[in-house]
Design a protein around this ligand. Structure first.
Ligand code: MD6
Ligand code: FE
Length: 214
């Protein structure tokens, strides 16, 4: 019924490739609870800028929750059960986040997604993430689930080869993107964040990416 759309704050799923779906507004109804969960995670494991294996400081600040977390330094990219800053295990993945990731994956055709890692990314104006593949995980049968909060950003979604054509998705607060199956190893990235003000988050974008890493 058309009138239902007036009371629903999300729009229909947008298939973007085989195994890849954009779910506009999927996380919107939980935005404040998600923000509180991110604040609790980053109170224990603060945002930090990793160094790439090539010695560059990443412009995106990162933290993690879950059984393992994505880390980078001169030795390479990898997953580690402990936060190298504290030597302690990463904060546990809050049930709200686990359930959101599972529900979004199911809506995109990947039932029973059970993430063991959640990267928390903070973009301030100018921060960007160059085109890359997510291939540090042991098992590529599980999808990646990405949740965007705060300022809008342009998400680049390419092909299986770096030089393949790239789609540009204007992701906004509450959007979720899921990629798995035939799209699991597609190149993707985020263009430099533009300055702005978001009513809930101010001058930043937060992104959660859920994975099955081990
Ligand atoms: C994003 N992040 O921040 C997407 N991938 O919107 C990623 O694609 C990503 O932050 C691998 C490692 C770290 C990341
Ligand atoms: Fe990635």
């Amino acid at each position: 019924m058309a009138t239902l759309a007036l009371f629903d704050d999300s729009s229909p799923p947008q298939p973007i490739a085989d195994g890849a779906v954009w779910l506009p507004g999927f996380a919107l109804a939980q935005d404040r609870a998600l923000l509180a969960a991110i604040e609790a995670i980053t109170a224990v494991a603060p945002f930090r800028h990793w160094e790439t294996p090539g010695g560059l400081r990443m412009s995106v600040a990162m933290s993690n929750a879950g059984d393992c977390g994505w880390v980078s330094d001169r030795r390479g990219y990898r997953y580690d059960t402990c936060d190298p800053l504290s030597g302690q295990p990463w904060p546990a993945l809050p049930p709200l986040l686990r359930e959101l990731a599972r529900d979004a994956a199911a809506a995109a055709g990947f039932p029973a997604f059970a993430p063991d890692a959640c990267l928390v990314n903070r973009y301030l104006p100018g921060a960007k993430l160059s085109l890359h593949q997510d291939r540090d995980e042991r098992d590529f049968t599980a999808p990646i689930v990405s949740v965007s909060l705060g300022l809008p950003a342009v998400f680049q979604f390419g092909g299986l080869k770096r030089a393949d054509p790239v789609l540009r998705l204007p992701l906004t607060h509450g959007d979720v993107v899921v990629w798995g199956g035939a799209s699991r190893l597609r190149f993707h990235g985020v263009l430099a964040l533009k300055a702005g003000h978001h009513p809930l988050l101010g001058a930043q974008r937060l992104n959660l990416t859920f994975r099955r890493a081990r």
